[in-house]
Each structure stands twice: as structure tokens, then as C-alpha cells.
Ligand binder design. Structure first.
Ligand SMILES: *Cc1c(COP(=O)(O)O)cnc(C)c1O
Length: 423
């Protein structure tokens, strides 16, 4: 077993001063009963902890690392940007270039606003949707995650049609009463909510590929149905592309599936490893945003010059490298197929593009309920095996495995060998 002394020592100090010893809960290893690895550095597809263990990384900072870690071109741009100053609180050229590039790569993004996280992007997109439609209610799907703003930390109440309840302490029930919860991949659940609230729903927000209950792709015409029903009822369709954006395709899930949302949100890859988020879409809707319109939204560090340097250079690399998405798909499918062969129907492997999940269940995973049939103890044991053999996967059953362009054939072969040992 690999040495963990230094990680353990840091963790002991960390838990005294940080809740759970971490700054974001998923970094804690509570679900898998291990000590979080404290990271020293990362390069390409490999991440090295403070005890000197070098691991093949399939967390990729939870999505941003599509090029792998510390891509030399990106790092160079960041260093050059640092020399020019860290923040000005005034407009810069790169913000314009970013908005122009967004409109080019994702044609629905006619007008956009940069923020500093995915949470800010989704929270703000919903505010705009409400301001534009002058309606208060929104629909989200059980198991989809859209950041940690009050109105989105919601679960279905016992009578799902009429009640939603906060999914976190500290969120007043008043803040979540306008968030209706439907079932992913279930058209009837959406229809019922519209029929019960025909003129009150401002928007549907959806992860076009759910990736926060493990990876759950949409059924054939589910997204097309959401497009249709929102149009029919005068509601907006918001694609939360914080994970899928620039990952499934250069133009995100909307390009991949050929569905045009009214508004979209981005995070993760768009910052290339630095804090950037964006929301945007149809011009008539986005002109609602302050100072053009009455929907207020602001940010001291929004469009930060260092963060946009990292994001822009990442997006430009993706744009110039036209075969990257094919390569990603191939590599990820290779892992998925190997696991299916080795494990048979003991697991359900969902894979689309460079996103995949191995659910420890014999059932097909198509929604939240089927995801919840997964055996988290079995996952924890598998996680421990992977970690001890130098493969760094998410410390939770319900997170995606991210494959990057930096993963080599050798990395993939080694990963498959370690997986086959387990199954
Ligand atoms: C990560 C994530 C968010 C939140 O982004 P943060 O940058 O962590 O605030 C929102 N939506 C989806 C789909 C995500 O995966």
C-alpha cells in the first residue's frame, strides 16, 4: 500500500480548521472511508500527492482538465497575463474575445455574461429567466446538480407535484417553494408540472447529460421534448452545460444533440483550471441583464484577466484541434468496454464522450431512482483498490469519471489492467 503519512498529517491539521478538512465536500473521502490525498502537483494526466504517490487522474479537477493538467500553452498565457496585473475591475480585451469566441463555438450564446463559478452562472441564468418571463417557478430534475444557490438545493417533497423541500439546512422553505422537481428522462413528470402550473413556470433547467448522479445520458427524444414543451408553455429552456460544455463537443451538448436552448450556463472547462463561469443565450433575453436591463447581477472579479487567459487559451486549443473529441470518445469507450467485458452485468457502465460512470448495480441506470440502486459499499472497496494501485477516481459512486486528452494509451492500458484485476 502506498504511503499516506503526509496526507494524514495534513488532514489532521485540516479538520481542526476546515469543515471536514476540505473546502468542497466531495473532496472528503467520507463515502469511501479513506484519508483524502493532499495534492502536491499535477502534470498531464498524472497527479502527485504530498507523499510522492503519482497517480493516473480521472477526476481532472471535476471537469476542467480536458487537456490534462498544466498544459504548457495555457500556463504560458497565464504567466504572461500575471505580469500585466491580476485584476483591474474594468473591462479588458480578453473578456470581449471570450464572449465572441463563445458566440462562435456555441451559436445560441448570442450575448453572454462572465462570472466566476458554475454556481453563479446557474443562479444568474434563473434570475434572468424569471425577469424575462415575469414568472417565478422553475423546474429542475431530481439528481441534477446546478451549484449550491438556495433555490436549487431542493428535493421533491412527499407529494412531488405540489411540494419541494430544501435539500440543505439553512435554506428557508420559502426559497425553494418555487422550485418544482421532475424526474430525469421522464416526460410525464414534466408534463404534469406544466399542466398544474401552465402560466407560472419561467424555465426548465437541466443538465443535458446528467453527470452529478453519476453519468446518465438523456433518452432519445427527452431533450427535444423539453424544447417543445417549454416553447408550448412560454417557458425558457436552460441547459446547464457546466460539465458538458466544450466536453461532449466543442459546441457542448447542444451541438451534440442538436437542440438549441434559450439560455446556457458554463463553468469548469471554460476557465481552463481557473475560476470562470458564464451564462448567456438569446439576445432579447440577455438584454434584461444590468446595466442594459432590470435584472441585477455583478461580480468584483468577473472576467478576471488571469482566469480569462487560462480559459481563452484552453478553448482555442480545443478549437484548433479538430480530432480531440474523437480521440476522447475512443479512449473512454475503450475503458467502458473493458469494464463491461470484465464485470458483466454486475455493473452498469454509462459512457458518452469523455464522461463515464461505473454503477455498482445490475439495473440499467436511467434516472435518480435507478442510480440509487448502486451499492456504495462495493464502490468504496473498488475505489480503495484503484487508489492503492495508482488510479485516482472520484471518491463517490455518484460522480463522473473524466478522461482527458493527456491520457496516453499506456495510461489507459494500465487503468484497464487495474480495473480487470478488481472485476
Ligand atoms: C460543478 C457544477 C456546477 C457548479 O459549478 P461550481 O463552479 O462548482 O460552482 C453547476 N452545474 C453543474 C452541472 C456542475 O457540474
Amino acid at each position: 500500500m502506498a504511503a499516506e503519512e503526509r496526507s494524514k498529517a495534513f488532514y489532521e491539521r485540516a479538520v481542526k480548521r476546515l469543515p471536514g478538512g476540505v473546502n468542497s465536500p466531495v473532496r472528503a473521502y467520507q463515502a469511501v472511508g479513506r484519508t483524502p490525498r493532499f495534492i502536491q502537483s499535477a502534470k498531464g494526466a498524472h497527479i502527485t500527492d504530498v507523499d510522492g504517490n503519482e497517480m493516473i487522474d480521472y477526476v481532472c479537477s471535476w471537469g476542467p482538465g480536458i487537456l490534462g493538467h498544466a498544459n504548457p500553452k495555457v500556463v504560458e498565457k497565464v504567466k504572461a497575463a500575471c505580469d500585466e496585473g491580476l485584476t483591474f475591475g474594468a473591462p479588458t480585451e480578453r473578456e470581449v474575445e471570450m464572449a465572441e469566441l463563445l458566440a462562435e463555438l456555441v451559436p445560441s450564446m448570442e450575448v453572454s455574461r462572465l462570472v466566476s463559478s458554475g454556481t453563479e452562472a446557474t443562479m444568474s441564468a434563473i434570475r434572468v429567466a424569471r425577469g424575462f418571463t415575469r414568472r417565478d417557478k422553475i423546474i429542475k430534475f431530481r439528481g441534477c446538480y446546478h451549484g449550491h444557490s438556495d433555490g436549487l438545493l431542493v428535493k421533491a417533497g412527499s407529494a412531488a407535484l405540489t411540494t419541494s423541500v430544501p435539500d440543505s439546512a439553512g435554506v428557508p422553505a420559502d426559497y425553494t417553494k418555487n422550485t418544482l422537481v421532475a424526474e430525469y428522462n421522464n416526460k410525464e413528470s414534466v408534463k404534469a408540472l406544466f399542466e398544474a402550473n401552465p402560466k407560472e413556470i419561467a424555465a426548465i433547467i437541466v443538465e443535458p447529460v446528467a453527470a452529478n448522479m453519476g453519468v446518465v445520458p438523456p433518452k432519445d427524444d427527452f431533450l427535444a421534448f423539453l424544447r417543445e414543451i417549454t416553447t408550448q408553455y412560454g417557458a425558457l429552456l436552460i441547459f446547464d452545460e457546466v460539465i458538458t460544455g466544450f466536453r461532449l463537443a466543442l459546441g457542448g451538448a447542444q451541438e451534440y444533440f442538436g437542440i438549441k436552448p434559450d439560455l446556457s450556463t458554463f463553468g469548469k472547462i471554460i476557465g481552463g483550471g481557473m475560476p470562470v463561469g458564464a451564462y448567456g443565450g438569446r439576445e432579447d433575453i440577455m438584454r434584461m441583464v444590468s446595466p442594459d436591463g432590470p435584472v441585477y447581477q455583478a461580480g468584483t472579479l468577473s472576467g478576471n484577466p488571469i482566469a480569462t487567459a487560462a480559459g481563452l487559451s484552453t478553448l482555442r486549443i480545443l478549437k484548433e484541434d479538430t480530432s480531440i473529441y474523437e480521440r476522447l470518445e475512443k479512449k473512454t469507450a475503450k475503458i467502458a468496454d473493458a469494464v463491461r467485458q470484465a464485470a458483466g452485468n454486475k455493473v452498469c457502465v454509462n459512457q458518452i464522450g469523455s464522461l463515464m460512470s461505473i454503477f455498482f448495480t445490475g439495473e440499467e441506470v436511467v434516472d435518480f431512482d435507478s442510480a440509487m440502486t448502486a451499492d456504495v459499499k462495493a464502490y468504496a472497496a473498488y475505489f480503495g483498490h484503484m487508489l492503492d494501485h495508482g488510479i485516482y477516481v472520484a471518491p463517490s459512486q455518484f460522480e463522473a469519471m473524466f478522461v482527458s486528452d493527456a491520457h496516453t494509451e499506456e495510461d489507459i492500458t494500465k487503468t484497464i489492467a487495474v480495473m480487470q484485476q478488481w472485476f
